[in-house]
Design a protein around this ligand. Structure first.
Ligand code: SF4
Length: 63
């Protein structure tokens, strides 16, 4: 499993990560980002894309 860490002090809810890895990242009706903290290895490419497109560099992967 891959651990997904988002620094919510940096996140500005632009939602680029939601397009890159839908289902892992999700913006609530309140515009606050929610995400799965443990994600299957099979989605690594999408997660890396999310890391790369985040304008705030708020996403970090472990494992
Ligand atoms: S792309 Fe980055 S700033 Fe935008 S919602 Fe995702 S984590 Fe937050």
């Amino acid at each position: 499993m891959i651990k997904v860490i988002v620094d919510m002090n940096l996140c500005q809810s632009h939602g680029e990560c939601v397009y890159a890895a839908p289902g892992v990242f999700e913006l609530g009706d309140d515009d606050v980002l929610r995400w799965q903290e443990e994600v299957d290895e099979s989605r690594r490419e999408e997660l890396e894309e999310a890391v790369n497109v985040c304008p705030m560099m708020a996403i970090r992967l472990e494992g």
